[in-house]
Design a protein around this ligand. Structure first.
Ligand SMILES: Cc1cc2nc3c(=O)[nH]c(=O)nc-3n(C[C@H](O)[C@H](O)[C@H](O)COP(=O)(O)OP(=O)(O)OC[C@H]3O[C@@H](n4cnc5c(N)ncnc54)[C@H](O)[C@@H]3O)c2cc1C
Length: 328
């Protein structure tokens, strides 16, 4: 496939030192859902300096779509691909270090590994993140977690970069957050590193809590087929009256329903699984169907946790796209 990026940008990307630059990358190989066409370019920086340099270069080409990604465990790419540059923050930028009760993580640190280190150091507070796939930068952006908790409860400070690569540090008193909401969403801010503040505990207490959480996740969640975790966010008002999204979808008679090769999981209806060869259109159809049917039957609207990315780089909660589609 031919690269359709400005040649000036390609030349500059090829000269980057310390970054891995790949062209024409199948998004189905990057995304947890194993869905998506071809991304024009993927850059993987191996230090914060390199990340800054990659941002500086790409900011000189504002017409080219650009997006920061981690493990793509919460992302639905389009079958038509991504016509720009993805900056992937992963293993190459994943240093973890310790200072008393604090853990410093570069944004690409793997979430289960951060949880494991907290256990090894007998530090409590983030047991709820064990078993969540993805990178700490993505988790902070999403304010992800479990047990109705979010990672930002334990964030002391975040090193952020702007679109041109300029660095700044924001501290917890400046980070206003709520359930699955962070101040970074809807802004062009890039999370480069995070310092977590935890409490001293004992290894056995932390281990037992984590074991309990992992056991309950194993029981509830489909593990064999590609998926992106919970598709819809829990809505506290709906929770009190109807229940969580999975229950609401099941009550609406949609558990196990298929569109093409995507399916509302028969194990947990808030998961959409790829049975093999599912398309982004199949998944979007099921999202729209579940959202519309639950709204008709209960009066509650379920918003998506999952983000849909258009080929032009626009990213949105997936329901915002399906609301504009005709679903039958
Ligand atoms: C099986 C399964 C179970 C899951 N369970 C849970 C769960 O229990 N709780 C939960 O909260 N989530 C869960 N998730 C969702 C997901 O794992 C988390 O939200 C995860 O932390 C996202 O990290 P990521 O690196 O994959 O981010 P991505 O999916 O790559 O990106 C998610 C969003 O974050 C942005 N982003 C990523 N990195 C950065 C960065 N460094 N700076 C700025 N923006 C960035 C992206 O642009 C995108 O908008 C689950 C997913 C799966 C597949």
């Amino acid at each position: 496939m031919k690269i359709s990026l400005p040649s000036g940008l390609v030349d500059k990307l090829n000269n980057l030192q310390g970054d891995t630059v790949s062209y024409c990358v199948p998004l189905s190989e990057l995304s947890y859902w194993k869905i998506g066409g071809i991304a024009q370019c993927v850059v993987e920086p191996n230090s914060i300096d390199c990340l800054q340099e990659a941002l500086k270069i790409s900011s000189k080409f504002p017409e080219v779509p650009k997006l920061i990604i981690g493990d793509c465990s919460n992302l639905l790419f389009d079958d038509k691909g991504f016509d720009g540059v993805l900056i992937k923050i992963g293993n190459a930028l994943s240093e973890i270090s310790f200072n008393g009760n604090e853990i410093y993580c570069e944004a690409g640190a793997w979430v289960p590994e951060v949880a494991y280190h907290s256990y090894r150091r007998e530090l409590s507070g983030i047991e709820h993140i064990c078993g969540i796939p993805g990178r700490i930068g993505g988790l902070v952006y999403m304010n992800g977690g479990s047990q109705r908790r979010g990672i930002l409860e334990n964030v002391k400070s975040v090193v952020v970069l702007d679109q041109k690569g300029n660095k700044n540090t924001v501290t917890s008193d400046e980070i206003v957050h709520s359930y699955r909401k962070s101040p970074f969403q809807g802004t062009p801010v890039i999370v480069a590193a995070v310092t977590l503040e935890l409490q001293k505990s004992s290894r056995s207490i932390v281990r037992n809590t984590m074991r309990g959480i992992l056991a309950s996740r194993r029981k509830k969640f489909p593990r064999k087929l590609p998926n992106c975790g919970s598709v819809f966010l829990s809505n506290p008002k709906m929770y009190d009256v109807v229940g969580p999204p999975g229950y609401a979808i099941e009550k609406a008679g949609l558990k196990g329903v298929r569109k093409g090769n995507a399916q509302l999981s028969p194990l947990h209806a808030n998961f959409i699984v790829n049975l093999g060869g599912a398309t982004s259109a199949d998944v979007l159809h099921l999202i729209g169907l579940a959202r519309n049917t639950v709204k008709e039957q209960t009066g509650f609207s379920m918003d998506c946790e999952v983000r849909y990315i258009r080929p032009n780089g626009e990213m949105m909660q997936a329901h915002k796209f399906t609301d504009s589609m005709a679903i039958e």
